[in-house]
Design a protein around this ligand. Structure first.
Ligand SMILES: Nc1ncnc2c1ncn2[C@@H]1O[C@H](COP(=O)(O)OP(=O)(O)OP(=O)(O)O)[C@@H](O)[C@H]1O
Ligand SMILES: CC(C)(CO)[C@@H](O)C(=O)[O-]
Ligand code: BAL
Length: 370
């Protein structure tokens, strides 16, 4: 049976509608996907979803903001292990970016995203029986996602929002006060549009996973939340769409985020349970690297700010003084990599020539010991 369901527009038709929105900037050169459909609006997507339900098929949903990398693909592989069909959304959601954040510079790579998803579907079709496939990409316009009012990123802005407090006010929420309101709101809309059996999120954004689990529980939503381990570069740096802005100097220094957290994990594994014993190990490393960088010339250094280093309860995200070893804890941190002050001829400064500030986050779960 053809994969093109009645009412769903094939990609070539959809492409012409893509010109105005974030997910697609260079549609004319997009290769037409052959193994999944691209949807720009909800009714056609729902039609496909209803058809899957009538055929007893299961659907795993992977929300993304595009600029796909191996971390996203790991979520999709996991979803394909557990469901017959995988829906992926690509939508750079404006309401989760504060007014002074990096919405305009957030990487948008529609063509290569589509190519990666097609390649992944080929891989999935070669793998063992029982594996599902990507069936649909949902790349809505902002008018579809925010049909009544233009999306607001103002703290007091109007709109229909989902707020999950106090979780949303902690950690990332201190620096990004509208972030989790935007994430919860867009995920509620995406889940309503797709009605997934399971949803897949990356461990890298640990606070997001806690908030989405809370939203699903508190709003009695009929889906299961799966969390997939953080995909890393060989040296440990967590993959992130924003890494393309780092360039080699900031990337080398940015790896400190991983080294600092790893030292804290080692301290826990060596038997330490106190806040000072665990976070102290991370701070020593981060502060040493920072003072080394400060001592260098502007043409050689990469400065950063440590936004927070946190040891928190895995469910409430309240800061803790001692790890309850039956419960474990979340160890997390955020660094703000400042723009390079001075660059050198021929230097790899990353996309944006080293001028784009880059927020790096990472975390480890300190597993229960007993
Ligand atoms: N390294 C990773 N390993 C596993 N999952 C990841 C990784 N990076 C992102 N994800 C997950 O992919 C999903 C979509 O994330 P998103 O599109 O924002 O990418 P991102 O790399 O997190 O971008 P950025 O951090 O630059 O905002 C989220 O559930 C996120 O946690
Ligand atoms: C979940 C999400 C796609 C919502 O926009 C985003 O926060 C992300 O990519 O992690
Ligand atoms: N993955 C988190 C999306 C954001 O930083 O906006």
């Amino acid at each position: 049976m053809s994969r093109l369901m009645r009412g769903a527009r094939p990609f070539s038709t959809v492409a012409s509608a893509l010109l105005t929105d974030a997910a697609a900037t260079a549609t004319r050169s997009v290769r037409q996907p052959s193994t999944f459909q691209v949807f720009r609006d909800v009714p056609e997507l729902r039609q496909l979803r209803r058809q899957l339900l009538r055929n007893d098929r299961t659907m795993g949903f992977v929300p993304t903001m595009g600029a796909l990398h191996e971390g996203h693909l790991a979520l999709i592989r996991e979803a394909a292990q557990e469901n017959t069909d995988v829906f992926v959304s690509i939508y750079v959601n404006p309401t989760q970016f504060g007014v002074n954040e990096d919405l305009s510079s957030y990487p948008r790579t529609w063509d290569s995203d589509v190519a990666k998803l097609e390649k992944l579907n080929e891989e999935l079709s070669r793998s063992t029986a029982g594996t599902g496939r990507i069936t649909a990409i949902f790349a809505p316009t902002s008018k579809v996602m925010y049909p009544s009012l233009p999306p607001s990123s103002e703290i007091d802005g109007h709109g229909s929002f989902v707020t999950i407090t106090p979780l949303a006010k902690k950690l990332e929420g201190v620096s990004r006060p509208v972030f989790f309101r935007g994430v919860a709101t867009v995920c509620m809309k995406l889940f309503n549009a797709t009605t997934p059996d399971r949803v897949y999120f990356g461990q890298k954004d640990v606070q997001q996973t806690v908030i989405i689990k809370r939203m699903v529980k508190d709003f009695l939503m009929d889906t299961e939340v799966r969390v997939v381990p953080t995909a890393r570069e060989k040296d440990g740096l967590a993959l992130s769409s924003r890494n393309v802005y780092l360039g080699s100097r900031r990337r080398t220094v940015g790896l400190t985020i991983y080294k600092a957290l790893s030292a804290a994990v080692d301290a826990y594994q060596a038997g330490k349970t106190s806040r000072e014993g665990i976070l102290g190990a991370a701070r020593v490393i981060a502060e040493r690297v920072l003072s080394e960088q400060r001592a260098l010339a502007p043409s050689e250094r990469a400065l950063f700010e440590i936004d927070y280093i946190s040891l928190a309860d895995p469910e409430s995200l309240e800061e803790i003084d001692v790890v309850d070893t039956q419960k474990g804890a979340v160890l997390s941190t955020a660094f703000k990599m400042a723009p390079l002050e001075q660059t050198n001829p021929g230097e790899d400064c990353g996309l944006g020539d080293g001028k784009v500030p880059v927020r790096l986050i990472d975390n480890f779960i300190l597993q229960p010991r007993e």
